[in-house]
Design a protein. Structure first.
Length: 96
């Protein structure tokens, strides 16, 4: 996981430095057909969101649906940004 995060951070930095316009989607886990087992973790997410020390992590590492991801991708294409923008889990959920 550490190597993935490092590679993602480097790619995002290169995008920002390039001056290109881009939307970066950062889901933690996308729920879809055959990929629903993380629903078992929802009680832990709920508890994490209640506790101040873990609230931010619970939001950042939350689950999004495949429908939310598709709508976020469509929005990214239909409304290109003026520079690089990053959509995190809370941003992606707004497309619910």
């Amino acid at each position: 996981m550490g190597a993935y995060i490092a590679a993602r951070m480097e790619a995002e930095l290169l995008l920002r430095e390039s001056g290109m316009k881009a939307t970066i989607l950062q889901p933690w886990y996308v729920l879809g057909p055959g990929h629903r087992w993380p629903l078992l973790l929802l009680p832990f997410y709920w508890i994490g969101a209640l506790l101040p020390p873990t609230r931010a992590a619970a939001g950042r590492l939350g689950l999004v649906t495949i429908g939310q991801m598709i709508r976020a991708l469509v929005d990214a294409v239909q409304h290109p940004p003026a520079k690089v923008r990053t959509l995190t889990v809370p941003d992606i959920r707004r497309f619910g």
